[in-house]
Design a protein around this ligand. Structure first.
Ligand SMILES: Nc1ncnc2c1ncn2[C@@H]1O[C@H](COP(=O)(O)OP(=O)(O)OP(=O)(O)O)[C@@H](O)[C@H]1O
Ligand SMILES: [Mg+2]
Length: 321
């Protein structure tokens, strides 16, 4: 591999400057979510029968995989009780109404039901907090029915266990696992902007990289780790079933009929990529092939100009050395 013009350290610099959410921003947004959570805890201590049981930072900010272009803070909210409506529009109105009760210093228009979540907007600085409902029946390990942000269906899953799952891989390859996740997410974001109909959910990217991590792939050289990821996506044709045994045995995993099968590491019955069609799987394979070819070309290019040109095919024109 020719590393003369762009090397691992250049990718590191690009990631720090252009891809990663800066640490001070991450701290600020986490503090914003924490204040909401503590407010709910305060309200709950005085109203123990209140149906909102807990708020928990979820999503990329909780996992440490957020991009610089983060546009909202994901918070899961556990809603208990038989009286919580089961149909999604009513559930969101119910959640909004309860949040307004728990946060009386917010004006009602700062708490707005959206299609599958409720946003809490802050005046002045800060991002909106996107509150995603989880129907909760008191399970001590916090399993519950998460409202899918893709289609509003209920998915039995466990956010704290997801956070633990990702943490384990982050610890196995400190800095590098999370960094490669962010780099691949950044690539996917670029393809999304360029290609109508392209989709590749962050959680799927994280789970695919977790599989490679578990197989012993070394993430510490970014050009190589990226190349590995793209090769894996292309070679598997996105049709290889991905299963983890952190929380259940492989034999507990049933048969699925969907083209892409990346099984939730905390629920053997939940296919995280259930909504992906064959055409969308092919879209990912095609884009991965293109990216893999571009990295190959970058690594064998003889001038700096050509090398940068090929890396820009992967990361866009903001990639500069
Ligand atoms: N299909 C699903 N089944 C179970 N849990 C899911 C599913 N989709 C999302 N989640 C949960 O929601 C969390 C956030 O989802 P996702 O990874 O898509 O967004 P994100 O990590 O916030 O990334 P982004 O930077 O794109 O916002 C996941 O970490 C996971 O806990
Ligand atoms: Mg998110």
């Amino acid at each position: 591999m020719s590393r003369q013009h762009v090397d691992h350290s250049d990718i590191v610099r690009f990631a720090e400057d252009r891809v990663n959410l800066p640490q001070d921003k991450a701290n600020e947004y986490r503090a914003q979510a924490r204040r909401l959570r503590e407010k709910l805890e305060g309200y709950l201590s005085e109203h123990p029968d209140f149906s909102l049981k807990k708020m928990l930072l979820s999503g990329s900010l909780a996992k440490g995989t957020a991009l610089r272009a983060l546009n909202d803070i994901d918070v899961a909210c556990y809603i208990s009780g038989a009286d919580a409506p089961k149909d999604i529009a009513s559930l969101l109105n119910y959640l909004a109404e309860r949040l307004r009760k728990a946060f009386p210093n917010f004006s009602p228009d700062q708490v707005k039901p959206q299609t599958y979540s409720v946003t809490v907007s802050f005046r002045g600085t800060g991002l909106d907090v996107d509150v995603v409902p989880i129907l909760y029946n008191g399970d001590p390990s916090w399993y519950g029915d998460l409202v899918s942000q893709e289609d509003g269906s209920f998915l039995k899953t466990n956010i704290p266990l997801h956070l633990q799952f990702i943490k384990k891989r982050k610890e196995a390859q400190q800095h590098h696992f999370a960094q490669v996740v962010r780099l691949v997410k950044s690539w996917a974001k670029l393809v999304k902007a360029e290609q109508e109909g392209f989709r590749f959910k962050s959680f799927m990217i994280e789970l695919m990289l977790s599989k490679l991590c578990d197989q012993g792939l070394d993430f510490s050289d970014y050009p190589e780790a990226l190349q590995h990821f793209f090769t894996y996506a292309a070679k598997s044709n996105m049709r290889e079933k991905i299963v983890f045994t952190d929380c259940y045995s492989a034999s507990a995993v049933g048969t699925f009929t969907e083209p892409v099968q990346i099984i939730d590491p905390v629920n053997a019955k939940n296919n995280v990529s259930r909504l992906y069609t064959s055409a969308q799987a092919d879209g990912i394979v095609g884009a991965a092939l293109t990216a893999g070819d571009a990295i190959d070309a970058a690594l064998s290019a003889t001038t700096k100009e050509k090398t940068v040109y090929y890396w820009q095919k992967v990361f866009g024109s903001s990639f500069q050395v």
